[in-house]
Design a protein around this ligand. Sequence first.
Ligand code: URA
Length: 304
Amino acid sequence: MVPEQQLRAYVDYLRDMGIYDLYHRDDPKILLPDSLREKLAAATQPPVAAAAPALRSSAAPSSNPRPPALTPAARQSSPALSVPPPEFTSPMPKPPSFDTLAPLPSKIVPAADRVAALEAVRAEIGDCTRCPLAYAGRHTIVFADGDPNARLMFVGEGPGADEDASGLPFVGKAGQLLNNMIAAMGLKREEVYIANIVKCRPPGNRAPEFVEATTCSQFLLKQIDIVHPQVIVALGATAATYLLGVKQSLASLRGQWHTARGAKVAVTYHPAFLLRDPRQKGEAWKDLQRVMAEMGLTPPPRNS
Ligand code: URA
């Protein structure tokens, strides 16, 4: 793995665990291995502008290609560098929960009307340009997949490349694992409803930004109100964060029931995280077993 990919994998891993504010890496409360703390420090070091080669050391390049940090005096002497580097001082705000975004509906949409009601939400979204993701290389708006009358809904983070190409959520590798998880619960994919926090692919498969997620929430909220599931499974920290309006680690959210839009919400690992760290599959299965118990589902008999 090239260093960039390795770093990206670390960042994804931490994000899945609900650690957002990586620029708070010096916070002693965030327990990171020293090696990772150093990698993050190197990656978030402000770059030296290419326009100021004279400020770089003329000594032979060392094995560490990162140039030394500039002194304030050196920075002052170059117009190109007189603009201070961005300072990431404000952490991601705590988002509003789906329950505080809008009052709960006074009436449940009758089962027979749900397809049309969901089509109306899709029509309202249109060729959406409400948030920056519209201009970030998206090809398709990924609305949802599954049964409009499902008792069980899965909410992920946002489309990846496969979903962006096909227009359906969870069809790539993570989707195959989600299909297996659904089958292990004794259900078919067509019997559940699957959607995401954002409907457009974030570039480079990064997590949706606060403004993207909170702009898109209004539509997922309507979908939940129409489908009216008994249980929602939040897949990963992003889904849990925005559905519940919390900023907590995944570990602290698993193993207990939450609520959103009248549904019970269980939090578990995102399938993409489980692909990266298959050792956690057993823990995810515990979460799904709690969901099954709540819904009175029994697993299919194992093939011997
Ligand atoms: N990951 C998600 O969170 N959603 C998808 O639809 C695909 C991958």
